[in-house]
Design a protein around this ligand. Structure first.
Ligand code: MCA
Ligand code: AMP
Length: 447
């Protein structure tokens, strides 16, 4: 079955994709996307300016029809991040608002659907190469888990350059044939005024909706309220359940693995837990040496996953570098417990250097490297401080000459994507270091 199966159905679907700037029927989308496909046919990889609106949906659909891999660019990416993604991916062109700009650099043809740039603990973001087969397997497993059908209307306002908003939130409806309403931004007001059967959000979105009881109550007719990308606080789970009459469905995943664990539409929802592995996916816990640990609901271990939804690899100058798997197992970098009933609880990240803020994954190293480019900055350490709205707040401790914290915040916002900016900068005389000279981030987190 083709990845975007519903596009080939004879029956048209009016308002198949609705956005604040316009809407398209299924047939109109196929027609417009086919024109894009004709223009980019044969390109090794194409960048798409991933604004949260219709041209992005058309561009992504067109590239998939042409079999050309897509690298989405965050629309608010500053110069450093934009140049890195364009250069590293070797994109042959940039599709932006329906226009195609040719780019000088290009690479050998790549057999993939998407290349998504995501942060590691250090260095610049890496391009995760995702195959059409992995996406199809993931969407079909989610369709089974969530009873997601062509009869649904999905509403969300998530960014279109990550797995959550793009793979689940756009390719899902186009594969399964359901209507999509993209609200532009994921505000409580926008969710409340757009009727749907399923709503997707990151915990920050759900926390803001729970804080706006009238908006939350407006979602009561929906079938599924789905939360993912970061831990959903138990009080937000409880408030949503009380206000809407529906406990949220939580699911867990990563850019590298797509969604692998979820609660089921027809099953239990358990606060603080992310459910059971999707059909076709297996998981296990291991200790530091890689030895398997028991699924007793108490033992905390490193979570590994295996299955058809894993990445092909990381983009490298010569092609695609396969991930380091042990017996097919991908190390997620998350620590978790698994109950005898298969229910997973994500305890946190193994490394403090990968921050989750508003559902975005941000590497501390990338923000530190950028701060160090400022002429006044001598040393920088970045941590994710617990935060009621964002989950974690990017917080920088900086040793610097005379400079205002606000200037450093703007400096980062102008070079990386805006959401990677520190929201707080503390100017300090020195950073706490151990005998080896390594910054002791646990002491900064305890401040
Ligand atoms: C503020 N702004 C600035 C500055 N300060 N601009 C420039 N310089 C500054 N110093 C502006 C921004 O441009 C923006 O303007 C506005 O302030 C607010 O931006 P932001 O900080 O992003 O807003 P927020 O309110 O904190 O956003 C919360 C959010 C957002 C909407 C929940 O965090 C979000 O969309 N999160 C979704 C992340 C996501 O999709 N993750 C999925 C990863 P303007 O408003 O005009 O734009 S995929 C994944 O994790 C896996 C696979 C999974 O499991 O799903
Ligand atoms: P990303 O690469 O942006 O897709 O981020 C993936 C990471 O987000 C995972 O490794 C987890 O740390 C976190 N994550 C995703 N979904 C959940 C969830 N439901 N609960 C807790 N953490 C999550």
């Amino acid at each position: 079955m083709r990845l975007l199966a519903s596009l080939y159905e004879d029956a048209d679907l009016p308002d198949a994709v609705v956005t604040p700037s316009g809407s398209l029927s299924r047939h109109a989308l196929l027609e417009e996307a086919s024109r894009v496909a004709d223009r980019i046919e044969g390109a090794p990889i194409i960048a798409v300016e991933a604004t949260p609106d219709l041209p992005t949906v058309v561009a992504v659909t067109g590239a998939l029809l042409a079999g050309v891999p897509i690298v989405p660019i965050p629309p608010d990416a500053g110069d450093l991040e934009r140049e890195h993604i364009l250069r590293d991916s070797g994109a042959a062109g940039l599709l932006s608002g329906g226009h195609l700009a040719e780019l000088p650099v290009a690479r050998k043809p790549l057999n993939a659907a998407l290349v998504l740039y995501t942060s590691g603990t250090t260095g610049a973001p890496k391009g995760v190469v995702i195959s059409p087969g992995a996406i199809a397997a993931d969407l079909d497993a989610l369709a089974a888990a969530w009873q997601w059908t062509a009869g649904d209307t999905l509403v969300h306002g998530l960014p279109l350059y990550h797995v959550h908003g793009l793979v689940l939130g756009v390719l899902g409806p186009l594969r399964l044939g359901c209507r999509l309403i993209h609200t532009g931004r994921p505000t409580p007001q926008a969710y409340a005024t757009n009727p749907g059967s399923m709503y997707f959000g990151v915990p920050t979105v759900w926390s803001r909706i729970a804080g706006d009881p009238a908006a939350a109550r407006a979602l009561a007719p929906a079938r599924l309220l789905v939360s993912g990308s970061a831990p959903l606080p138990v009080p937000v789970f409880d408030d949503l359940a009380a206000l809407t009459g529906r406990a949220p469905v939580e699911r867990y995943g990563m850019t590298e693995t797509l969604i692998t664990v979820s609660a089921r539409a027809d099953g239990e929802r358990r606060a603080g837990h992310v459910g059971r592995p999707l059909p076709g996916v297996t998981t296990r816990l291991v200790d530091e040496s890689g030895a398997p640990l028991p699924s007793d609901g108490e033992t905390i271990g490193h979570l590994q996953v295996r299955g058809p939804t894993l990445l092909d690899g990381y983009l490298s100058p010569g092609g695609v570098r396969p991930p380091e798997l042990t017996g097919g197992w991908f190390p997620t970098g998350d620590v978790a417990t698994v109950g005898p009933d298969g229910w997973h609880r994500i305890v946190g990240r193994a490394s403090t250097d990968l921050i989750k803020t508003g559902g975005y994954r941000v590497g501390a190293g990338e923000v530190e490297d950028t701060l160090l480019l400022h002429p006044a900055v001598r040393e920088a350490a970045v941590v994710g401080m617990p935060h009621p709205d964002l989950g974690e707040q990017i917080t920088a401790f900086v040793v610097a000459g005379p400079v205002a914290p606000a200037d450093l915040i703007d400096f980062v916002a102008g070079r990386l994507a805006v959401h990677k900016r520190p929201r707080a900068v503390h100017l300090v005389d020195s950073l706490p270091r151990n005998a080896m000279g390594k910054v002791q981030k646990s002491l900064l987190l305890a401040d």
